[in-house]
Design a binder for this molecule. Sequence first.
Ligand SMILES: NC(=O)c1ccc[n+]([C@@H]2O[C@H](COP(=O)([O-])OP(=O)(O)OC[C@H]3O[C@@H](n4cnc5c(N)ncnc54)[C@H](OP(=O)(O)O)[C@@H]3O)[C@@H](O)[C@H]2O)c1
Length: 300
Amino acid sequence: MISNIKNIFDKYNKISFMKYIITGSSGQLAKAFIKKFKELNYDFVAPNKQELDITDKYKVEKIFLEYTPNIFINCAAYNNVEFAEQDNSRAILTNKTAVLNLVEIAKKYNTKLIHFSSDYVFDGTKGSLYTEEDKTNPLNEYGKSKLAGEQEALKYNNSLVCRLSWVIGEGQQNFLYKLSGWLKNNKTIKVSYDEVSVPCFTFDIVDVIIKTLENNLVGLYHLTNSGKASRYELAKEFVRLNSCDNEILPVPMASFSSKVKRPLVTAMSNKKISQELNITIPSWQESLKKYIELIKNRIS
Ligand SMILES: NC(=O)c1ccc[n+]([C@@H]2O[C@H](COP(=O)([O-])OP(=O)(O)OC[C@H]3O[C@@H](n4cnc5c(N)ncnc54)[C@H](OP(=O)(O)O)[C@@H]3O)[C@@H](O)[C@H]2O)c1
């Protein structure tokens, strides 16, 4: 018992004395890391895109030299699925080439790399929850760039790659933020019932990543909240919890015009990461309530 407690204490102490760089600091996931790391009093720097463009190899190496991080958390990414389809150059540069450079530099300075990928590496046709062993087959340029990036990251034996889906946190680049705006201006809102994945709340992602650091996990994992939902189910639950009187109409995803092919059912299983860390990741419904508390002022 005492040695168990000592082990936990040692693990905690080890990671709390490390130095971290967090990239893409204006993004929603980076914001959650910054918030948590401030609470925990971790030693970190979090440059934004202007301060550290990850596609600038020279600047990335400079910050490694100046700050000597133990852990590099790459939250920076090009996430514009529509634009990437018209011109994939920015997506490739940010999501693949920059990761290749990060790996080279992280290897050189013996730094652990944490990188995030996406459920869009799958084509959405499996019919059940995707596992880490499933075949990838991205349908669009964004998905291809994210797949290429995770493959680069995984060439380094000291990197952890977590695939995420429907990332939701304090920020504007997520479905619920947009939905809360639509709810204010429209009585009826059409939402797809056949697009299914798992909402991933940034505060849960950060908590799990801290556990992965304590347990020194490397390799590829799916990191999602527990359960799965269609966009329609997510929107309905959001409206219910906020006691809104808007009507949410279920429609097929195909009814929205888009030049991009999107996978329909990309929900991933978090079984591997949960088992290896011996944790239960909260259900998306549970974390949705917590998220609503966080953004309360915006929808009232
Ligand atoms: N959002 C989702 O639903 C979703 C789903 C699956 C996986 N993911 C993955 O999860 C991770 C976190 O996503 P997120 O939702 O936090 O994304 P986000 O809110 O869009 O944040 C990404 C941040 O990276 C910045 N950035 C873009 N290019 C950069 C560059 N070259 N150098 C430095 N910073 C750069 C962006 O700045 P600008 O906005 O100024 O360009 C933005 O602040 C990403 O790897 C993403 O691909 C996200």
